[in-house]
Every structure is written in structure tokens, then in C-alpha cells.
Design a binder for this molecule. Structure first.
Ligand SMILES: [Fe+2]
Length: 355
């Protein structure tokens, strides 16, 4: 089965794929094999995941497959998978384990392996940047550093908290960095991720992940202002998740770009981007217009649990979240590159690229 959002609109940007019991149990078997082989951080597992994805696709309906292909071609903003099995012990702990403990958690590894397989279903490949998340393929998204609604036991409330997915602070609408380019490498930088995939190990209070598809927003922005967003007139501050000493700030980048596959690609971060001081008045006005259209857009809110996953097209969708309410909320994230992406490869398997 599948569901479309919004249900009665010409411009479908979000599709939910609802797995049947039979599909879910096949996916579970394949995922266990991948997790047993070590998960996405281990060499050789990507190839097996691709093979399992091909086998699994034969279990899908014609319509389900058609939407996977539409996403793979860059034409959808978000793909949601629901109805998946929750096979292990997912009991919610009293306190969030440390990052070091999670690296060896079999449940986290299972969800990371399933994310890798789901990425293969849309013809994408899991990877990591050398300069982000310590070069690791799997990112645990949770409040490890403080800044949530309730302070952690080890948190010093006087100490400022970084804006990163390892903190509990709310994060305004953004695409994932880096912000130099979207499909082809440029100036020794690999493109931004084509997708990010998220699932949850624990989400006790059903705190949502919000997404803003940009197709409609750009229609509202208008032709002239959209054209202004394609100029290299914008800069951004460095991401706090980058490895120390790596990742620039203050580059001159564009926000919008024409893309032959997905029609357009956007790179933007509500809390990091600004317009260059010497940009023309038209560009400054266009930036303010885009910013306010993003702010006034109504996001789609999805509650992630172990039985669901969200693949977000990073070229045409912003994502955001409110401040973390329950410090045990833990998401498992992977980045994916489409078959069109041309990164600078540092290691082929697992795929590590230059950021
Ligand atoms: Fe993010």
C-alpha cells in the first residue's frame, strides 16, 4: 500500500510506502543478515545490501516500485516507510546511553543496516564525509551535549551548547551541509548528500521530525527572486558537527541551482545562511522573500519509531525539529548519494568522500 501527501494536490511531494506483513518480514530477514555481517560501516556489506534490495523490490507492488523510481530520479521530496517490524528488545532505557556504548549496540546496528538497504531501494549508496561525524557512516542523533528542555545530569547550564544534531536544541529548517554544490564536486568539495535517511530507536514522547518540501515554496517565491537565489551571493557559518579545523565558512555560494534530473536543487540553512553585504538590492530582497516563505510554510510532521523510516531528498526538502523534550529520543541517520552524484572518493567501501 501507499499514501500520498497532500492527498488532493497536483504537486505530490511526499509518499508513504506502507509495508504488508509479508514485505515487512522479508525486509527483517535481509536486515538481520546485513547487521550480522557488521552493518554499513563494514566493507562488502554495501554490495550485499544492493543485492537484497533487488530481491526485496520483487516483493513490492507495481505502484510502490513506481514511487521508489520517482524518488530515485530526484522527483519526490520525501519517502516514508511504515509497517516495518520491530524485532529486537526496544525497551526504552532510563537514561540515554553514551555514544561509545551505542557504537556497539546491536539494535542501533540493525536500524543502520535497514537504513542502508532502504537507501539501495531508491538506488542510493550510504556514505560519510571525512570531515563530518568523525568520518563515520552511522550518525546517532540525540541529546549527548545538552540544550534540551530538561538538562542532562552532566550538563553545565551556564555553558553554551553547539547547534548540532548531538545537542538537544531546536534546529531551524535546513538542508544538510556541505553547501558548495549538490551533484558534481566543485573546488575540491564533494556534493551535499542526495538524501538523509532517519529512523528511531527510541522516541518515548513521539516527538516529530518536520520536513518542508520546497517545490511549492519556490513557486511562491516567484521567477525573478528564484533567479536571484541562483547567484553566488550568500555565505554561511561553519557546522558544529565538522571535525575541528575542517569545513569553511563565509564562502560565496548560491542557494538554488538548476538540476537536469530533479529540476532544481537547494542548499540552505535557516540559522547559518546570510546574504553577502555587497549583494544587489534585488538579491537581498529575494533572500528575505525566500526566508519568510520558508518560515511561513506549514511543515509535514512525522513521528519516527523503530517501525518507520524517512528518506529526505536533501536537494529539494528542508528538515527541522523543535527542542528535545525527552533526552532518551535517539534517531539513527545515514547519508545517501544518488547514482548522479559525483563525489571525490577517498575510500571506496565503505564510501568515504572529501567534504
Ligand atoms: Fe539536519
Amino acid at each position: 500500500m501507499y499514501k500520498l501527501y497532500p492527498p488532493s494536490d497536483d504537486l505530490i511531494e511526499v509518499v508513504e510506502i506502507i509495508l504488508s506483513e509479508d514485505q515487512a518480514s522479508t525486509l527483517d530477514i535481509f536486515t538481520r543478515h546485513l547487521a550480522d555481517a557488521g552493518g554499513p560501516s563494514v566493507s562488502g556489506v554495501q554490495k550485499t545490501a544492493k543485492h537484497y534490495a533487488e530481491l526485496f523490490a520483487s516483493k513490492l507492488s507495481v505502484k510502490q516500485k513506481a514511487y521508489l523510481d520517482t524518488y530515485a530520479d530526484g522527483q519526490l521530496a520525501v519517502l516514508m516507510f511504515t509497517g516495518m517490524l520491530v524485532p529486537h528488545d526496544f525497551d526504552i532505557p532510563d537514561v540515554l546511553p553514551s555514544l561509545a556504548e551505542l557504537e556497539y549496540d546491536s539494535r542501533g546496528n540493525y536500524l543502520a543496516a535497514r537504513n542502508q538497504l532502504l537507501l539501495c531501494l531508491v538506488q542510493q549508496r550510504a556514505f560519510a564525509f571525512d570531515m563530518d561525524n568523525d568520518g563515520k557512516i552511522v550518525r546517532f542523533v540525540a541529546n549527548f551535549k545538552g540544550g534540551g528542555r530538561i538538562p542532562r545530569d552532566d550538563e553545565d547550564p551556564a555553558h553554551p551548547v553547539n547547534l548540532s544534531s548531538h545537542a538537544g536544541v531546536g534546529l531551524g529548517p535546513h538542508t544538510e551541509a556541505p553547501y558548495h554544490c549538490s551533484v558534481h564536486s566543485r573546488d575540491l568539495h564533494s556534493p551535499a548528500p542526495s538524501s538523509l535517511i532517519l529512523t528511531a530507536l527510541w522516541n518515548p514522547l513521539d516527538e516529530p521530525t518536520q520536513v518542508i518540501p520546497l517545490g511549492k515554496v519556490l513557486d511562491e517565491v516567484g521567477t525573478k527572486d528564484a533567479l536571484a537565489l541562483t547567484s553566488h551571493s550568500f555565505r554561511y557559518t561553519r557546522s558544529d558537527s565538522f571535525v575541528k579545523g575542517k569545513g569553511e565558512q563565509d564562502s560565496s555560494v548560491s542557494i538554488l541551482e538548476f538540476d537536469p534530473q530533479g529540476e532544481f536543487s537547494v542548499r540552505y540553512n535557516y540559522y547559518r545562511f546570510s546574504v553577502l553585504p555587497d549583494a544587489s538590492p534585488l538579491i537581498k530582497k529575494a533572500f528575505m522573500n525566500f526566508k519568510s516563505r520558508v518560515q511561513s510554510a506549514t511543515p509535514f510532521a512525522f513521528v519516527l519509531q523503530p517501525s518507520s523510516a524517512l528518506i529526505i531528498n536533501n536537494s529539494r526538502t528542508l528538515h527541522c525539529r523543535e527542542i528535545i523534550q525527552d533526552n532518551r529520543r535517539l534517531l539513527v541517520r545515514l547519508f545517501g548519494y544518488s547514482r548522479f552524484a559525483k563525489p571525490i572518493i577517498l575510500n571506496d567501501d565503505p564510501l568515504i568522500v572529501q567534504g
